[in-house]
Design a binder for this molecule. Structure first.
Ligand code: FAD
Length: 410
């Protein structure tokens, strides 16, 4: 068993991990990034549509193009990146990271660690739909990988479950590749993804969207033969008489992403709503030498935000290694009315920083309030599917515990 010492160790080579590596490496500390896949890039590899990088590079790039920009920024990749390294365990007491690779078990001893493990997909089974476990049922990510990376179609006639951005993008992708896309069913009364994606991926391709609908039953014994869909009431109970049979050989489930935190959730303070670690504005977790960034902290809509977080984590992890005294968090954000995802939850009060949040429910006209004080107004409809970013400044006037609310205004 080999033991390696390193200054900043990054787990995960998606956009967050690569951005963290760029920043840490630029300070001159010994930086290493471990990626379990044979390539870095994470989900960027399979997202061949454009819409990446508008904030960061002021251009609309595809996922792989965005990834290449990060590789260029990073420079000598071989020195910094180890592909095919899966992290199995973190021993936080002894500060050891245990990995498995072709070289066998290698143990790393980092001075600082950055978690950038991204998210995994929720499987369709989580919805407990009656029927057999037939072939032809895929998660959106797996279907996307088949089509965009392996050049294979999953079937001929497909129904998509879930209208988040990934479901919408896959509906368009499969249609362009020649499948009959029968529609997208969404259990909520509103689409789960960005409105621009509803227009560009469904309306422009005449793909129907059934809101307040779900799959009641899966038909078929070995291969999927069809599904029964129907309408649900406001408590998501099936409404009898609304059933309709649709003949399909493929079902693509896009029913949510779950931040991946199995490696740290037993010893780091976790946020039950974000399903990621509680972090401060330096992207530091409750353990001072462990930082985190990206979809493992909370699910983000835009890679630009993930990239910015990765850079903050990389910069501060390097400062920590170099012995710079990082300020401790002084203020706490607490969730109030209509606040879902919220990060960071703590902040040091040292410089302006970005805060991200999602409202729990849609509002036509609204405002964000910090302990009763309006800090931003919206004259357009805000929705849970669109993450709001907000630069926080002038917090000297705020109490140490800031209640964040998203309220309706006239
Ligand atoms: C289908 C889809 C479409 C999207 N479209 C857009 C868009 O148009 N515009 C936009 O801005 N954003 C878009 N996004 C969002 C954006 O791509 C993501 O938010 C971002 O790329 C996530 O980066 P990440 O680094 O947090 O996670 P990931 O890309 O998931 O990277 C995490 C990495 O960690 C590795 N890893 C995990 N566990 C371990 C372990 N134990 N050991 C070693 N390695 C590990 C994984 O293999 C993976 O490579 C889209 C996302 C998806 C899924």
């Amino acid at each position: 068993m080999r033991i390696e010492k390193v200054d900043v160790l990054i787990i995960g080579g998606g956009a967050a991990g690569l951005a963290a590596a760029i920043e840490a490496k630029n300070t001159g500390v010994k930086t290493l990034l471990l990626e379990r896949d044979r390539n870095t890039g994470g989900v960027l590899n399979q997202c061949i549509h454009n819409g990446f990088g508008l904030h960061v590079f002021k251009e609309e790039l595809t996922g792989p193009e965005f990834m290449e920009r990060l590789w260029e920024e990073l420079g000598n990749l071989d020195e910094i990146i180890r592909n095919n390294y899966t992290v199995l365990k973190i021993d936080h007491i002894n500060r050891e990271v245990i990995t498995l690779s072709e070289e066998g078990i290698v143990v790393f001893k980092p001075k600082a660690l950055i978690m950038a493990t991204g998210a995994r997909e929720r499987p369709l089974n989580a919805l407990r739909i009656p029927g057999s476990r037939v072939a032809g049922v895929y998660t959106a990510g797996v279907a996307q990988k088949m089509v965009n990376i392996y050049n294979r179609l999953p079937g001929n006639r497909v129904l998509i479950v879930g209208s988040g951005d990934i479901g919408l993008i896959m509906a368009r992708r499969l249609k362009i590749e020649g499948m009959d896309v029968l529609g997208v069913v969404e259990i909520m009364p509103e689409p789960g993804g960005l409105i621009r994606n509803v227009v560009q991926c469904l309306e422009d391709f005449n793909i129907p969207l059934w809101l307040s609908h779900t799959v009641f039953k899966i038909h078929g014994k070995e291969r999927l033969e069809g599904v029964t869909i129907g309408k649900v009431d406001e408590n998501f109970n099936p409404i009898p008489g609304t059933e309709r049979y649709i003949e399909v050989d493929t079902l693509v489930a896009s029913v949510g992403l779950i931040p991946q935190n199995e490696l740290i959730e037993n010893f780091v303070e976790m946020d039950p709503i974000n399903r990621g670690p509680v972090i401060d504005d330096l992207m530091r977790t409750s353990i001072e030498w462990i930082f985190a960034a990206g979809n493992n902290v909370a699910i983000h809509d835009l890679v630009d935000f993930v990239y910015e977080e990765g850079k903050i984590a990389g910069r501060n992890a390097a400062k920590y290694v170099l012995g710079e005294k990082l300020p401790k968090p002084k203020y706490i954000f607490k969730r109030g009315n209509n606040v879902g995802v919220l990060l960071p939850q703590r902040f040091t009060g040292k410089e302006p920083f970005k805060m991200y949040l999602r409202p729990k429910k849609s509002l036509e006209k609204s405002a964000i309030l910090f302990s009763g004080k309006v800090v931003r107004k919206f004259n357009w409809k805000i929705r849970p599917s669109e993450m709001i970013d907000l630069v926080v400044r002038n917090f000297e006037s705020l109490p140490n515990e800031v209640l964040v609310e998203v309220n309706k205004i006239d």
